[in-house]
Design a protein around this ligand. Structure first.
Ligand SMILES: [Zn+2]
Length: 452
């Protein structure tokens, strides 16, 4: 009795200093039966077992005034708005958590299940396979709602500390060739090897959660793999949890759309990249981390992104193309024209969370290129921020102005698989940065670095 009172006495001043609460929950989301894997169009049959489980994990954080946010990470390719909108509406209704306060991120594993509404046009599935995908999408929706509820029910006094590490396996993949940019390796292209880390510790000193991010495609494993896994991000979470028994490790996919792991293509390499990332996290945890203090805030804004101008004739001509993906896209676009609603723009989500005064998470939709992270950090500083992609909706690649001009997969070809009409308009980067300035301003962040 006396002893526990002493312990409480010791803990109390620390808690008074931060006033945060945190809650953590996790649920297995490994598909129960064979399902098509997403990410590579070459796949021609469903999955064959699993290397390890896939997870949906949620971290709820509340400040001393009751202001809450929940960050959800998932070992899947990406959440389309058809799922995240439903999830967010149900969470708002059941738990009273507003849309702005919920961040839904996906690891972008290419050995995860095909998700209904995301890259579905990559495959021409039989009715039975389609039903499996639809069923899984329903289960995933329910799982995310439940895991968020469980994290909120788990809220307890906690400390937040943040820091940054470095992992080197992310390589720019846009290789210039005489015929234009192809997907390869480009050692001189821009990268960002930052590993932001958020550690959540309970009053008794137990580490409840370790959230970390990296800006690199989760594609060590290539199209010939048919076993479900979280790729390097899955292995990194497993390794961090091995080093800290009882903790929940969470992976946040950052702006690595034009980055690939190097080398790649074997399970051993995926595990080794996972361990490198976990080692980077470990070095941050062992060093001096910045304790968070101050309010938790959230801002979320949709902005319409325009597609480059197109006419009906273009898709009429594409109907005769040899590429079946182009034909499928053309059919969808012609139908939109026929319905009198040609696809001209897309509502794009931009979100900012402030976890106290010294750390922010900026969360962008889509597969965002590295130029965005570099520009955000030039404006807001490279410390105390995580710039996530693959958040809240994944509707296509988000190239910078530079990449849009250079062309290639991230600028144009990928949009066919996403069923989008074509590349974004030239102002895509400026439109997104105008919105970034708004949401960052609303959570109390002003640009501090060099102006553009
Ligand atoms: Zn991708």
């Amino acid at each position: 009795m006396t002893k526990s009172l002493v312990l409480l006495g010791l803990a109390a001043p620390l808690l008074a200093a931060s006033g945060y609460k945190a809650g953590v929950a996790r649920l297995i989301i490994t598909p129960e039966k064979p399902i098509y894997l997403s990410g590579y169009a070459s796949r021609n049959h469903p999955s064959e077992g699993a290397v390890h489980d896939l997870w949906a994990k949620a971290l709820a954080i509340e400040d001393s005034k009751g202001s809450r946010v929940v960050i959800v990470t998932t070992d899947i390719i990406g959440l389309p708005r058809s799922i995240s909108d439903v999830v967010a509406a149900r969470i708002e209704k059941q738990y009273g958590l507003e849309r702005a306060r919920l961040l839904l991120n996906s690891s972008h594993t290419h050995t995860g299940p095909l998700i209904a509404g995301n890259l579905e046009s990559m495959f021409n599935l039989a009715a039975e396979e389609k039903a499996t995908v639809a069923e899984y999408g329903q289960r995933l929706t329910d799982s995310i709602v439940s895991v968020v509820g469980a994290s909120l029910a788990d809220l307890r006094p906690a400390q937040i500390a943040t820091g940054h590490g470095v992992a080197g396996f992310g390589m720019n993949r846009r290789e210039p060739t005489p015929k234009g940019v192809k997907i390869g390796v480009n050692p001189s292209g821009p990268t960002d090897h930052d590993v932001p880390v958020i550690r959540i510790t309970a009053a008794d000193g137990k580490v409840l959660a370790i959230l970390f991010g990296y800006a690199c495609h989760n594609t060590t494993l290539t199209g010939e793999f048919y076993k479900l896994s979280g790729d390097y991000a899955g292995f990194a979470q497993i390794e961090v949890e091995k080093l800290h028994p009882g903790t929940t490790a969470m992976y946040l996919a950052l702006c690595g759309a034009d980055q690939n792991p190097e080398p790649r293509s074997t399970l051993e390499i995926a595990e080794s990249h996972g361990k490198s990332l976990a080692a980077a996290v470990e070095s941050v945890l062992r060093g001096k981390m910045q304790p968070s203090q101050g309010p938790v805030r959230a801002a979320f804004q949709m902005t319409d992104l325009d597609f480059a101008y197109h006419t009906r004739d273009r898709y009429q001509a594409e109907l005769a193309d040899k590429d079946p993906y182009k034909v499928r896209r053309a059919q969808a676009m012609l139908k939109a024209y026929d319905d009198g609603r040609p696809v001209r723009r897309y509502p794009y989500p931009v979100q900012a969370l402030a976890l106290g005064r010294n750390f922010s998470v900026l969360a962008l939709g889509g597969e965002v290129g590295i130029d965005y992270a570099i520009r955000v950090k030039r404006q807001y500083g490279s410390q105390g921020i995580a710039v996530a992609g693959y958040s809240n909706d994944v509707m296509g690649y988000i190239p910078s102005t530079r990449i849009l001009k250079e062309g290639g997969y991230e600028a144009e070809t990928s949009m066919i698989y996403y069923g989008q009409p074509g590349p974004w308009a030239e102002n895509v980067e400026e439109r997104i940065f105008a919105t970034i300035a708004q949401v960052m301003g609303r959570v109390g962040r002003k640009p501090s670095g060099k102006a553009d």
